[in-house]
Design a protein around this ligand. Structure first.
Ligand code: NAP
Length: 294
């Protein structure tokens, strides 16, 4: 198996996963020093020659930034072995799905697009979600993809299938929105000119927890977070909506319109009440707080 982007966070996670199931892993990336170091630490092979490590592999995983992935797929598909599997793990799918479709119709390979709903910090994959978009391939497609899925399922991953459109629409809400809200939270606080440590002295609960979410986001992959928001047209629509919502909210607050405020509050309550976590949310909140206060 060859992992393109093998010295990156997700490349390492998946390298270790497949290594556990007996695969011989070759890592490919551009920066030699980082690549050799990663390969040495993980006990894997490495190569700086793309064609050499692509043409010998039964499975190729592409784990590089979202905007570089389509070009990489176009480049490697013609080099691949007959019947080999090609999969990416990008956080957006519309663009990459179309390219994979094109590649499997031109070359005798098997293409699938995956999106693990976790980051490089994961320790145990049990009950985490892996989104899968089946693309197509040779006569052995279903068999080979089932074998691939069985590896993920052995780790306890929950595989859900979807379409590229549905995927990107939901990612605009489940990834881009929380990222944006947390980035803006820190941006707003920074405008005060008061150091975060000072503000923290005056905090009880909600501020502290929100701050921890925001701090965990802001120290992660800046390039990827930017791509997830900038490359998804579905998120542009959300930004328009967000502007509308904020301007309406401003009017409610400045106009001291209690009825409108209660209405918004009530609507949020009714919407979240249907959620499975709702009943225990307040309890969870204090469980998180217990960790922070200790
Ligand atoms: N991180 C997450 O939480 C997460 C979660 C789900 C999905 N993903 C997806 O996983 C993919 C990788 O993310 P990551 O967090 O692992 O990124 P990362 O840590 O930045 O690693 C990127 C890897 O790709 C290599 N690379 C970058 N540009 C390249 C290019 N043009 N050609 C060949 N290699 C290249 C890098 O090494 P060199 O620069 O040395 O080449 C590095 O090995 C992205 O598509 C992302 O959307 C990430």
């Amino acid at each position: 198996m060859t992992i393109i982007g093998g010295s990156g966070g997700m490349g390492k996670v998946f390298g270790k996963l497949f290594q556990k199931y007996g695969f011989e892993i070759t890592l490919f990336a551009r920066n030699k020093e980082k690549l050799t170091q990663t390969a040495m630490v993980c006990g894997m092979k490495h190569s700086l020659r793309l064609e050499e490590c692509v043409k010998k592999a039964d499975i190729i995983m592409v784990s590089i930034p979202i905007t570089s992935t389509p070009q990489m797929i176009k480049k490697i598909a013609p080099m691949m072995k007959r019947d080999a599997i090609l999969f990416d793990i990008t956080s957006l799918k519309t663009m990459v799905y179309n390219i994979l479709q094109d590649m499997y119709s031109k070359y005798p390979i098997n293409c699938i697009s995956l999106h693990p709903m976790f980051g490089p910090g994961i320790k145990d994959m049990k009950n985490y979600v892996m989104i899968a978009l089946k693309v197509g391939g040779t006569n052995n497609y279903n068999l080979l993809i089932e074998e691939l899925f069985s590896i993920f399922q052995s780790e306890g991953l929950l595989i859900i299938t979807t379409t590229p459109e549905e995927h990107d629409k939901t990612m605009a809400l489940t990834l881009a929105v929380p990222h944006m809200v947390n980035i803006l939270y820190l941006t707003l606080l920074k405008q005060s000119g008061i150091p975060l440590n000072e503000l923290t002295k005056f905090t009880g609960t909600t501020f502290l927890l929100q701050k921890v979410f925001a701090e965990s986001i802001i120290q992660r992959e800046m390039e990827m977070f930017g791509e997830i928001q900038m490359e998804n047209v579905e998120f542009y629509k959300i930004l328009d909506l967000f502007e509308e919502v904020v301007s309406k909210y401003k009017k409610i607050i400045q106009g001291k319109d209690k009825n409108a405020f209660y209405k918004i509050f009530q609507e949020g309550l009714v919407y979240s009440r249907e959620d499975n976590h709702f009943k225990n949310s307040y309890k969870y909140f204090y469980e998180f707080m217990k960790i922070l206060k200790n």
